[in-house]
Design a protein around this ligand. Structure first.
Ligand code: 13P
Length: 284
């Protein structure tokens, strides 16, 4: 059952757990994510980026996720989401394709540019019943975190975030509290006080990107403080690629379906671990 991300995350916020938003790139990762969520009766967000549109075809990958969810898991609440839409045009395209949920990521732009385009996206989305995620502050990428980093330049400002959400009309907000994309050097400790303040001031559900290497203590603590959704990409990629490399090195399996099938199982296990960690098992 395809559902709205806004509703999924509002339920998670009320229930004190988080939902996983897992990036997919192909048939194998899609099936792994849906099977993991189905087996654990967990609501789930399946998401993809513009790069995956280029790789698989936007319409094809969208229809693959939707058809697979509706055919195999008709009762499971599944949201389909455009992750990190970097322009108004790509968001518009996703909405035209039927995405029930999109992110406009203007976090690398000036505040005013981010604000203006996020608001424009939210206005368009409202007319189509689509949920919108915005980002304020920014979550750095691997390439940006090699040397010394001044985390203050990246952090979400709580008061500014409250105004941003109120005035743009977005449904969920991605925040920066010392998290970074990829398995990479992050702030020694997330800024928990900042998160608590953001959660206090911002009414909509909060999303954490770049935390797929956060395990028990850290993940549980930020959920308690108000995170309702974790974006997960690197953990899944590593499970897939790690299994493929091992199998190719062993050289015993030659049937493509056997090789990709085992990589898919590894992704499924990784997604199941995350679902248990986020506390969304049994919430479908
Ligand atoms: P990771 O790369 O840390 O898994 O973060 C993924 C993400 O934030 C996708 O939007």
């Amino acid at each position: 059952m395809i559902v709205s991300t806004k509703v999924l995350l509002e339920e998670a916020k009320k229930g004190g757990y988080a939902v996983g938003a897992f990036n997919t790139v192909n048939l194998e990762t899609t099936k792994a994510i849906l099977e993991a969520a189905g087996e654990l009766s967990s609501p789930v967000v399946v998401q993809m980026t513009e790069k995956t549109f280029d790789y698989a075809g936007g319409r094809i990958i969208f229809q693959l996720v939707r058809d697979m969810a509706e055919f195999y898991f008709p009762k499971l609440p599944v949201a389909i989401h455009l992750d990190h839409g970097k322009s108004f045009e790509i968001v518009e395209r996703a909405i035209e394709l039927g995405f029930p949920s999109v992110m406009y990521d203007g976090s690398r732009k000036t505040y005013n540019d981010n604000f203006r385009t996020t608001k424009k996206v939210a206005e368009l989305a409202k007319t189509k019943g689509v949920s919108v995620q915005g980002e304020l502050g920014n979550v750095p990428y691997l390439s940006e975190v090699r040397g010394d980093i001044d985390w203050n330049e990246y952090m979400t400002d709580p008061e500014q975030a409250a105004r941003f959400v109120e005035e743009t009309g977005i449904d969920t907000l991605a925040v920066a509290i010392g998290n970074a994309h990829g398995f990479t050097k992050e702030r020694e400790e997330p800024d928990y006080d900042r998160l608590a303040r953001i959660a206090d001031l911002v009414s909509v559900p909060l999303v954490l990107h770049g935390a797929s290497d956060w395990e028990d203590g850290r993940a549980k603590k930020v959920i308690e403080l108000g995170i309702s959704c974790f974006n997960v990409d690197t953990a899944t990629k590593l499970a897939f690629i790690g299994t493929l490399s091992r199998l190719l090195e062993e050289g015993e399996k030659t049937d493509i379906r056997d090789v990709l099938g085992e990589a898919r199982e590894a992704v499924k296990e990784s997604v199941m671990r995350k679902i248990r960690l986020f506390g969304s098992e049994g919430k479908a």
